[in-house]
Design a protein around this ligand. Sequence first.
Ligand code: 5GP
Ligand code: ZN
Length: 139
Amino acid sequence: MADCIFCNIISGDIPSCKVYEDQEVLAFLDISQTTPGHTLVIPKEHVRNVLEMSESTASSLFKRIPKIARAIQKSTNAPAMNIINNNESIAGQTVFHAHIHLVPRYSGNDGINITYTTNEPNFEVLGKMAEQIAQEVNL
Ligand code: 5GP
Ligand code: ZN
């Protein structure tokens, strides 16, 4: 896609610091470096995000994550890592070519705060929600 930043990185029209490349996947350092070693892993196929991704693209993308994550960990000595994926603007997606963030973590108080609200569970509501999703998955 001509006006896509990440397609232009894949083609080499925009320079990047590559850390891994094969036929289907490219990994390069995020320009923002949330922490040192912050890497993006992308499919070479232009797809908007995981919500629009085929199983075969997901398979080639996600199967590379552990290998790249371990290489980042070895190179940086980071004891921990967040693996994050944003889908659509409300969820924080700003570049609309699917990507997975690998963010090495060096300390628990580095200013990055990823938390999920905890609510008192309502098992009736949970059960209905699970049923709906389960039906959709099998369609
Ligand atoms: P999102 O917010 O969509 O999940 O993440 C997009 C990421 O792409 C951001 O972390 C941003 O720093 C990174 N990014 C945007 N433009 C470029 C670029 O031209 N080169 C590189 N290496 N990263 C970029
Ligand atoms: Zn693209």
